[in-house]
Ligand binder design. Structure first.
Ligand SMILES: [Zn+2]
Length: 484
């Protein structure tokens, strides 16, 4: 039974529905990869399947385009598997329960996988048709974009002749992406030691913060709970001696942390002024963030006298130094004309942990200029080394740098203006896209990224607009026609 039958463009939605029947969560892409390989083979198209599952399908130029250089159409085949808490959907076996309402296709209680199944469906419709004119096509479908862009990293780029790439993994119709940030994770590890101590124990929790994605939301200047905790500990320390028992904050390096907590000891004498000290600090922070953090709250509870393992003074001093010395948030905004609202370089401390023998801080660093990213990382290393802490880098991935001489962009913009009667928004994004990895491997490469409107990606509320797919597919096929 077909749910999407009758929707236009027919082939696009027919393939979209076929894809929805094949489980294809990140890390589980063998079946979808084999399906794509079979699709190509059945149509006599040359296909290459890589060990990791990446697929490249080659289609020859249509008449009149034989001498044109190839163009790469690219998207990722894996999807994020999220479902409503009461859903019994099994992402390893079940077809997605897709449905249509008004202008939207969605999946009942699960992610839809339009991110990025629609890229596959639109590309397959072109590969499976002689209706559209185009230069030679190299269609690249990568695995595991959503878990570290593994497919794009492992792709054998020598299998591609394209230097023109159309990435179809953008979620806002009318916005063309033309650059993205690169990034890396920076880890600070400080060895710490403890001793037994008796004192008045306090439980402190900073909560109610907005948080957000550490790339796309970093320029909103939402409060970082780890940074605020550093401020608070320093504030208390300026009034009295404190001893740290427990300390934690954040869940992921790429999310602005919304919560941080600690247990500390202070002396009996200081306990009388402790609540006031924390309340005073709370007012200071509430004032600083009055415009954007209206639910910020600092909870503080006296747990009475206890005897616990506490950090030795030397460890406490170094730990608070680290929390206060590291930079955080936007470091520099972009100055390229038209891109002034885009952060160029930033970092976010997303995780803070205090274990038996070490204190750890994990940050996500981003920049559209790789040398700025490394300079910032080096700064963290110097700050860490100043107190004898270790610093290490992980998960480095390259930026897709802005191309002043793009030939694709003016053509795409002109076609868009003809079709829509308005101008597109052209911008960079302060987050990682596969385009960064692809750009780095192919450069000099000319890349643009666009796609139909998808709402609620990565959540069970994900939807895709049918009309937006129609317009975007028309834009894509008209664009290919112009790429002589
Ligand atoms: Zn995606």
């Amino acid at each position: 039974m077909s749910v999407l039958e009758g929707l236009e463009p027919k082939k696009v939605f027919a393939y979209f529905e076929e894809i929805s029947r094949i489980p294809h969560g990140s890390g589980n892409t063998k079946a979808i990869s084999d399906y794509l390989k079979g699709f190509a083979a059945e149509r006599g198209l040359k296909v290459r399947q890589e060990a990791c599952g990446n697929i490249i399908i080659y289609k020859e130029a249509t008449k009149g385009y034989e001498a044109s250089p190839a163009v790469c159409l690219q998207g990722h085949m894996d999807m994020v598997c999220e479902k409503a808490s009461d859903s019994r959907h099994d992402f390893k076996n079940d077809p997605l329960p897709i449905a249509v309402m008004d202008d939207e296709v969605f999946s009942r209680s699960t992610t839809l996988g339009a991110d990025d199944g629609i890229a596959l469906a639109m590309t397959m419709a072109i590969l499976d048709s002689d209706e559209y004119e185009h230069p030679p096509i190299e269609a690249v479908f990568t695995v595991d974009e959503e878990i570290g862009m593994e497919g794009a990293k492992q792709l054998d780029y020598s299998a591609l002749s394209s230097r023109r790439v159309i990435n179809l993994d953008s979620e806002d119709e009318g916005i063309f992406f033309i650059s993205c940030a690169g990034g890396l994770r920076g880890n600070i590890n400080l060895d710490v030691s403890y001793k037994r101590h008796k004192g008045i124990e306090y439980d402190i929790v900073i909560s109610g913060l907005k948080g957000g994605h550490s790339g796309e939301m970093i320029d909103k200047y939402n409060a970082n709970a780890i940074v605020i905790m550093g401020r608070l500990l320093r504030f208390i320390q300026s009034r009295m001696k404190l001893r740290i028992i427990e300390l934690s904050g954040g869940l992921m390096d790429n999310a602005i942390p919304r919560e941080a907590a600690c247990h500390i000891h202070v002396s009996k004498e200081n306990a009388t002024i402790f609540d006031d000290t924390v309340a005073e600090f709370e007012q200071i922070i509430k004032n600083e963030y009055r415009a954007n953090e209206d639910n910020l709250m600092i909870y503080c509870e006296n747990l009475g006298e206890t005897e616990k393992q506490v950090l030795r003074s030397e460890s406490t001093k170094k730990l608070i130094y680290l929390l206060r010395a590291v930079p955080d948030g936007v470091i520099k905004m972009c100055r390229t004309k038209g891109q002034e609202r885009l952060p160029e370089t930033s970092l976010n401390f997303g995780i803070m942990r205090l274990d038996d023998d070490r204190f750890t801080l994990e940050a996500s660093l981003r920049s559209s200029i790789s040398t700025e990213k490394y300079a910032l990382s080096d700064k963290l290393r110097l700050i860490a080394e100043a107190v004898g802490a270790d610093y290490s880098e992980k998960g480095d991935y390259p930026a897709w740098e802005y191309n002043d001489d793009s030939e694709l962009l003016p053509i795409l913009t002109r076609i868009y203006e003809e079709q829509y009667g308005s101008s597109p928004v052209v911008r960079g994004i302060h987050a990682g896209l596969e385009c960064g990895v692809i750009y780095h491997a192919l450069k000099p490469a000319d890349i643009v990224s666009f796609g139909p409107t998808i709402k609620g990606a990565h959540t069970p509320k994900e939807t895709i607009s049918i009309e937006s797919v129609q317009r975007t597919f028309r834009l894509l096929t008209s664009f290919l026609k112009e790429l002589k």
